[in-house]
Design a protein around this ligand. Structure first.
Ligand SMILES: [Fe+2]
Length: 375
């Protein structure tokens, strides 16, 4: 049956204006014809479809760690972890993205919570993922049978389609954040998912201090000659806080000694990289740690694509678009595409910021742009 105007999802309105046709009964009839045949002319929607610069649907927003953690603790009492639900993960929903569990149009960010003795079941998916630990320890992530210890400040990337499970070997609950490209995979209809084994065998329910991946890959600038091919995702499954912390400290120390080492005065920063390529750790996600010495500020910056930040330590103020917030340990906030972002550490406190973004997607498409204002 032919479409009728009444059930067409296309709705066109005549509007007088520059570049627009003069409203008339004939034009109305033409627009009804478009609606019936499911057609939309460019001239009625070019401003929204092709703006002069990115106009994100996402809003700047901050989530307070204290409140997130309190709700995750409640979920720990009420919600089981098992096959089907898979994870006790609670995602940030950007207030302008219709209540969907999307921190930004491309990125998922969730707090995950595991009770003592609990396991999260094994599965794999094509979405790329990482964990970042703002506090606590006692959980191991088991990736393809390799048990990886998680502790404060550790960053654990894991490329898509690798089997993974979690086990809490401690006598306390533990929370951390998960970052994935779930919204991007959803929009692009590119996702696959498989359930793994129902439980981990005793040989994998182990809690080594160092994972196999660290024993093979965890030495700066040294590559095992048995593994010389480039991999799309990093084979190093954890980047330890002691290394990140020292790298940032040394940048600030070098700056104080008069050497070029920081991004701008008092702003040290490192990017987590894939040791087989030197590129980002995951094909769709960039991850970095930034440190501002007390009183220092970043340059104001806008960038194509979106980012999520978590305050790892310290206190400061962040500015995103028209919004500003005082932030402290654990707080999470989002920076939508092309909105200006800047941060400043309090006078009496340094500010450590973990950041992840979708920049590798746009770089791969040659669509990435950055604009930085002066210091
Ligand atoms: Fe997963």
């Amino acid at each position: 049956m032919d479409n009728t105007i009444a059930n067409s999802p296309v709705h066109l309105t005549m509007r007088a204006g520059p570049g627009q046709p003069e409203p008339s009964p004939q034009l109305q009839a033409l627009y009804h014809g478009f609606e019936r045949e499911l057609l939309v002319p460019l001239w009625t929607g070019i401003g929204e479809l092709m703006p002069q610069q990115p106009r994100s649907q996402a809003a700047p927003h901050v989530w307070r760690w204290e409140r997130l953690l309190a709700l995750a603790e409640q979920a720990g009492q009420l919600v089981p972890v098992g096959r089907g639900g898979e994870r006790r993960a609670i995602a940030l929903a950007n207030p302008s993205l219709g209540g969907r569990p999307y921190a930004t149009p491309t990125l998922w960010a969730a707090i995950q919570y595991l009770m003592p003795g609990e396991d999260a079941p094994e599965h794999r998916h094509t979405q790329h993922a990482f964990r970042f630990v703002v506090e606590g320890e006692g959980v191991w992530t088991v990736v393809n049978g390799d048990s990886v210890r998680m502790a404060r400040g550790d960053f654990l990337p894991q490329a898509g389609w690798n089997w993974h499970a979690h086990l809490n070997a401690a006598d306390r609950p533990m929370a951390w954040i998960d970052g994935l490209d779930i919204p991007f995979a959803y929009y692009t209809e590119s996702q696959f998912f498989e359930f793994g084994r129902e439980s981990l065998p005793p040989t994998e329910r182990v809690t080594p201090l160092r994972s196999r991946s660290e024993r093979l890959w965890g030495y700066p600038g040294l590559r095992p000659l048995s593994q010389v091919g480039a991999l799309p995702g990093t084979p190093l499954l954890v980047y330890r806080w002691a290394d990140t912390d020292r790298a940032l400290d040394e940048q600030l120390a070098l700056e104080a000694e008069g050497h070029a080492a920081t991004l701008s005065p008092g702003h040290a920063a490192v990017r987590y990289t894939n040791p087989t390529t030197g590129a980002d750790v995951l094909p769709t996600i960039r991850a970095e740690m930034h440190r501002l010495r007390p009183g220092a500020q970043t340059r104001s910056r806008r960038e194509v694509g979106s980012a999520v930040f978590q305050v790892f330590d310290g206190r400061g103020t962040v500015h995103v678009g028209e919004r500003s917030w005082a932030v402290q340990r654990g707080d999470l906030f989002v920076v939508p595409s092309w909105l200006p972002y800047a941060a400043q550490a309090d006078a009496a406190s340094r500010l450590d910021l973990f950041r992840f973004s979708d920049a590798p997607i746009f770089e791969a498409l040659h669509a990435h742009r950055v604009r930085e204002d002066g210091a």
